[in-house]
Design a binder for this molecule. Sequence first.
Ligand SMILES: Cc1ncc(COP(=O)(O)O)c(C=O)c1O
Length: 409
Amino acid sequence: MATNRLRWGHCILSDFRKTKSMFYLPEGVIYLDGNSLGPLPKAAQAYVSRAIQDEWGEMLIRAWNDAHWMELSTGVGDRIGSLIGAEKGHVVMGDTLSIKVYQALASALEMRRDRKVILTDNGNFPSDLYMAQGLVKSLDQGHEIRCVNPENVMDNIDESVAVMMLTEVDYRTGRKHDMLALTEKARSCDVVTVWDLAHSAGAVPVDVAAAKVDFAVGCTYKYLNGGPGSPAFIYVAPAHACTVRPALSGWLGHEAPFNFDLDYRPGTGIERMRVGTPPVIALKILESALDIWDQVKMADVRKKSITLSNLFIAEIEARCPDLHLASPRSSDQRGSQVSFEFKNGYAAMRACIDRGVIGDYRAPDIMRFGFTPLYIDEEDVMAAVDVIEDVITNRRWDAPEYQIRARVT
Ligand SMILES: Cc1ncc(COP(=O)(O)O)c(C=O)c1O
């Protein structure tokens, strides 16, 4: 195990009543969609206003140096790193998750030039598959994307595979891969691993260093509460950080951006995974959101999320027999979301949202609910189930206004 691993804050007990009070949660709303977009941390507005006024306003361009804007991407990266078990100095922020998937996969493929198979599964998020398809087309080197059922990934890891690219927690059902076991098998076959932690970071304990993951990527607008479109992160294992070739060779990943050389030379370590100008304001929001994470221990978050999810499953199954559990029943195999199948799931979710219970819907028939202990408690779960029971039992969903699909579901 690396010696410079980041550690959780030295808090004694995670006080979830306190963390709940640190979010702005609209009156009359029970928010079960933090797996898609986390709520607004109360401190964010003042923190960002101050940064805008004092740094952008007063310092103008001097803030890149004087307010250390240029170090934000790695500074915030280290704070995210502590949530996913990364070694210090091996996570950097920037761009969107789709871009980071592309970057990680491109670098990973270069590490196994003699192999042509990308192993993934059909539970992966479509954008990850689309980015892989686009990359394979651009490379035009005869790569094959082998997309298997999630339960068959293990059996498909062999010496023909160049890269195994998986999302740990399935966005629809919350099904959780065994990252440790899959990565171990991949390593035994010399397969490079790329893990998408979009539904893991801040949801379940992750230890990329212990698992010996090669690349990991994730977003920060879900469980980490960084706000809509907040920047993604990328982790590169120390063993590769100074040797991988970044496919997106932007100027800020250059060894000396302000030399303005005409030829690209990759920067040192994780710096080479930067691309262009960092989103400073978005990183400031994220900084204030991460302050809340400093108050809790991930083990406590996980324990509470299992308690809340199990309570929700038991209550829904007892009171809404028309809803069928789509998530694994065993909490070991689940992330921090619970999904139920219901034929009229879209309309039912719209009816729930109108009554203050916000979850979301994933085609073709999934009603998805996220359990986020930082601001959801048992009382919320019980109140949400009351609303869902009313919507299902009394067919509240069967109204014309709930049948029309909005652009975002
Ligand atoms: C697992 C996973 N991967 C990738 C993405 C795409 O992220 P982005 O829109 O930030 O590129 C998402 C978006 O929700 C996701 O859930």
